[in-house]
Design a binder for this molecule. Structure first.
Ligand SMILES: NC(=O)c1ccc[n+]([C@@H]2O[C@H](COP(=O)([O-])OP(=O)(O)OC[C@H]3O[C@@H](n4cnc5c(N)ncnc54)[C@H](OP(=O)(O)O)[C@@H]3O)[C@@H](O)[C@H]2O)c1
Length: 367
């Protein structure tokens, strides 16, 4: 095997066989630039550092040369200390879940990808080495080929949000053609992804959102979009639903969402309390307490309303990622990018999200 350093510093293995291992790749890439989170706090704690060690690839892992990553609410929340019960002993962390880039090297048992391919995907919410780095490591099943029709910046905005929506709609509620879905908070990345995924299945979709998103949401195929800032959506929303995806998850939206469900319907919130309770009481107490709270609500709502209640989390899902790729490629699944920054401007990017100066997706691009 011989090695070639591509024009944009992507190490590419030129070889006779079909696979490359990091053992060989390490001769070229053993460290890289990354954004470190040495302690919890405001955007000012983020540090762009050179020569950050790249761990060895495990057999099913892939080294990706990063082109773009998006800023998710989880990134800014983790930076501020959300999940500290889990993450504090592991500092410094690298933030970032989403990625779009190029395959730089493959673990020994990766079969579905090859070096040089353009890929996109997302890490699990609890990953410690995130994607805010020139080289990121993801599992094979967290990645798929990037659609050629969209840029790296556009691709990086999609996977974490769309997989969160997919897991709720397809794995929890198992939505089917003809069913009715209510998305609470359809203007955000997860909510807008959920609308598009459900429309693609043939569902009838209603949503609540800020007024400026209404035309985009109706153009994506939703049948009703109610401006929650101007109307009482509890009375404006038409009919009852087979599933409610609540991206906001405050007591008020939970109450309304549950009251708008048919019997047998699914209420799914993205604001599960496991991490916040673990932060408050420690892992040993917080996790059992959160399980007890969840069980209590599930029993209570089954008894009072005849509905299924769940906390939903993003998980890797190769089938979901494949479908997300297919829909993105044909323009049926988009997450609009409002603003891009260079990775060197990561503090500014976090600041605009913290201060809500940019409502939509913010993407960090790598030179
Ligand atoms: N559990 C998980 O695994 C998981 C995974 C991904 C995301 N999440 C969580 O899910 C939430 C959404 O994530 P995201 O990536 O979609 O965030 P996002 O793109 O920032 O979107 C949030 C959206 O919520 C809207 N909104 C706020 N209050 C609302 C209300 N009362 N009614 C209707 N819409 C409202 C905002 O619109 P306006 O600007 O108009 O207020 C904004 O468009 C975040 O809290 C995130 O932490 C959880």
């Amino acid at each position: 095997m011989r090695w070639l350093l591509r024009s944009r510093n992507v190490p590419v293995a030129i070889q006779n066989g079909s696979h490359n291992t990091l053992d060989s790749c390490r001769s070229l890439v053993t460290s890289c630039r990354a954004v470190l989170l040495p302690r919890f706090g405001g955007p000012e704690v983020l540090e762009v550092r050179q020569n950050v060690h790249i761990p060895e690839l495990k057999p099913k892992e892939v080294l990706v040369r990063t082109r773009a990553v998006s800023v998710n609410p989880l990134d800014t929340r983790m930076r501020s200390g959300y999940g500290r019960s889990l993450f504090e002993p592991l500092l410094p962390l690298i933030l970032g879940r989403d990625i779009s880039g190029e395959v730089a090297a493959l673990g020994s048992s990766v079969r579905s990808l090859s070096v040089g391919q353009e890929v996109f995907g997302a890490l699990h919410p609890t990953a410690v080495r995130g994607t805010y780095a020139d080289y990121a490591i993801l599992a094979e099943d967290e990645l798929t080929i990037k659609p050629e029709s969209i840029s790296h910046a556009e691709a990086s905005a999609i996977p974490f949000a769309a997989l969160t929506a997919w897991r709720a709609l397809r794995c929890t509620a198992r939505i089917k053609q003809g069913q009715r879905l209510l998305v609470v908070g359809g203007g955000g990345a997860v909510g807008f992804s959920a609308i598009q995924l459900a429309v693609a299945v043939g569902c009838h979709v209603s949503t609540t959102c800020g007024g400026e998103c209404i035309s985009r949401i109706l153009a994506a195929g939703a049948e009703q979009a109610v401006d929650y800032t101007a109307e009482d959506y509890e009375t404006s929303i038409n009919g009852y639903f087979d599933a409610v995806l609540d991206t906001i998850g405050v007591p008020e939206t939970e109450r309304i969402g549950i009251n708008l469900l048919k019997r047998g319907g699914h209420y799914m919130t993205l604001q599960g309390e496991a991490a916040s309770l673990a932060d408050r009481y420690g892992l040993a107490v917080g996790l059992p307490v959160s399980t007890a709270i969840l069980l209590k609500k599930q029993v209570q709502y089954r008894y009072s309303h005849g509905i299924e209640y769940s906390w939903n989390y993003m998980r890797a899902d190769p089938e979901g990622l494949h479908e997300i790729r297919r829909l993105s490629d044909v323009g049926k699944l988009k997450v609009p990018v409002d603003k891009t920054f260079s990775i060197k401007e990561v503090k500014e990017a976090h600041e605009v999200k913290d201060k809500r100066l940019v409502p939509g997706k913010v993407v960090l691009e790598f030179d």
